[in-house]
Design a protein around this ligand. Structure first.
Ligand SMILES: N[C@@H](CCOP(=O)(O)O)C(=O)O
Length: 493
């Protein structure tokens, strides 16, 4: 089993990283995991002298062992050599007494670009000339855009993106409808993100769909359930630590806290993987919006999604079924796949599951969790801009609020707040927070924010209005299967 991926729900599964990326999702509905992750260590002694690409190489090499060195190097080069607008890829900025790790310098201005510039590179090296892959993606706004951009016109790959109607920002929607290629498809569904994600997962195991699309077409995922999406995100935790060392802010080995705005739990899980692999992390601080299922879980050990789904000012985190939580439960139960399977089945059938007290205690050793209301999102955007001249997007503001809450009980460790998206992706919320009257158009709102803050407008967002926009599409949840089937036919008929 060493170096093989298994499933969180079936420890008999043992497959290579390439197969795990190709499939995206296990047939037993579990997620692929490396059982021996905590035995794989990254040497941090030389971090300071390494580039982002060199750190990425160290990490990918050990977590994707069946890729050759050349394949990994070429993938890193293809993913990052000219697609980010900052040479550091994920630059760390000091703001007052904390640091912000800016993850929004990629082609669609959200942290998803880090994984979704890489995943197509990896996928390219996994599929052969006869194979075709249709990537199914559920998005609450950021993943969809980044996945469309990353997979656009990639040979032998098609992509179908599903997002909740009225559940993403105007800019996110515009990005999705202007990033189209020969192989890309995007549609709203009448439902929320959880509906999109749950039904995408069902389609992976739908035998009639598999028959309809034919043997040489496989389905895979661009969400963080795919290890090829998740693993590249581990890199920026190590790189942030490197930047702190280079700036003399910490000594090697000193523990730090990371605060992570959290929806599908992939980003913060990547931080946990970094910790298991030897990065000196004290706490990983999970920041939720008002869809605070995980924050409640921290109080009682009960994960209960039987509650109203709330549309918030941080829409990318409007999620109640956080897929990657399952991977955390796998590691925290010492790889007990039967246990994970049984509690995840409870969650699927009743909307509720409960973990043993020792598992909750072990989770609390590594993580802290709290949440932030919409009112506080606006307040914190305003406060941080007024006090420090830094403009946060609403998701980063959620993180800021929770980080400050956590600091009341820990003034020992240096804090790094992950900034997940550019504020220009969420102009309505940011305008309100800054007290700007809404512009007569999105373009005007962007200019108003820029005039007030001087915060740079990402080129991809400035260029949105120069591009042709597709006609928005909308389907019912029950038609998702037909939609995928048609997309496969259109592309490879
Ligand atoms: N917040 C995401 C939802 C999907 O999360 P992922 O990390 O699993 O792709 C989004 O913006 O789409």
């Amino acid at each position: 089993m060493q170096n093989k991926y298994t499933s969180t729900r079936n420890d008999k599964v043992a497959i290579d990283a390439k197969a795990a990326i190709y499939k995206g999702f296990s047939d037993d509905k579990g997620l692929f995991v490396l059982p021996n992750l905590k035995d794989i260590k990254i040497n941090i002694d030389n971090l300071q002298t390494q580039s982002y690409g060199e750190i990425a190489y160290q990490i990918l090499k050990v977590l994707l062992p069946d890729f050759s060195a050349e394949e990994i190097k070429a993938s890193i080069q293809g993913a990052y050599h000219d697609s980010f607008d900052d040479d550091k890829i994920t630059p760390l900025k000091k703001v007052a007494d904390f640091h912000i790790l800016e993850l929004f310098h990629g082609p669609t201005s959200a942290f998803k670009d880090v994984g979704l510039q890489m995943l197509p590179q990896l996928m390219n090296r996994v599929i052969n000339d006869e194979e075709r892959v249709m990537i199914l993606t559920a998005t609450s706004g950021d993943t969809g855009t980044a996945a469309l951009k990353g997979f656009k016109d990639i040979n032998n790959v098609g992509i179908s993106v599903f997002y909740p109607e009225n559940g993403v920002s105007n800019i996110q929607e515009k990005q999705m409808y202007t990033t189209f290629g020969k192989n890309t498809n995007v549609t709203a569904i009448s439902g929320n993100f959880d509906d999109a994600q749950t039904n995408v997962k069902k389609l992976f195991n739908d035998e009639t769909l598999k028959q309809a699309i034919g043997k040489n077409v496989s389905l895979s995922s661009a969400n963080s359930i795919n290890i090829g999406r998740l693993i590249p995100q581990i890199v920026y935790y190590f790189d942030a630590y490197k930047q702190l060392l280079q700036n003399g802010d910490i000594k090697n080995g000193q523990k730090v806290n990371f605060t992570v705005p959290t929806g599908n739990f992939g980003n913060v899980l990547a931080g946990y993987y970094a910790k298991l692999m030897g990065l000196p992390i004290n706490k990983l601080i999970i920041a939720c919006n008002q869809n605070n299922v995980i924050a409640d879980f921290f109080n009682h050990g009960v994960y209960d999604r039987n509650r109203d789904f709330i549309k918030t000012l941080a829409p990318s985190m409007d999620i109640q079924i956080s897929s990657n939580f399952e991977r955390l439960l796998y590691y925290k139960s010492n790889g007990n796949a039967d246990y994970v399977k049984s509690i995840m089945q409870n969650l699927e059938t009743t909307g509720r599951m409960q973990v043993e007290p020792d598992i909750l205690a072990s989770i609390k050793d590594d993580f802290y969790c709290n949440y932030c209301s919409d009112e506080d999102i606006k307040k914190e955007i305003r406060t941080v801009f007024d006090q420090y001249g830094y403009l946060m997007d609403p998701h980063t503001a959620v993180g800021y609020k929770v980080m400050r809450e956590y600091q009341k009980s820990d003034d020992q460790h240096l804090n790094i707040l992950l900034s997940t998206a550019s504020p220009y992706k969420f102009i309505q919320a940011v305008s309100k927070a800054l007290g700007l009257s809404g512009g007569s158009s999105d373009q005007e709102s962007i200019q108003n924010i820029h005039a007030k803050t001087g915060f740079p407008i990402p080129t991809n967002i400035e260029n949105l209005w120069k591009q042709t926009s597709q006609r928005p599409s909308h389907i019912a949840v029950k038609d998702m299967k037909k939609y995928v089937e048609n997309n496969v036919k259109e592309l490879w008929k």
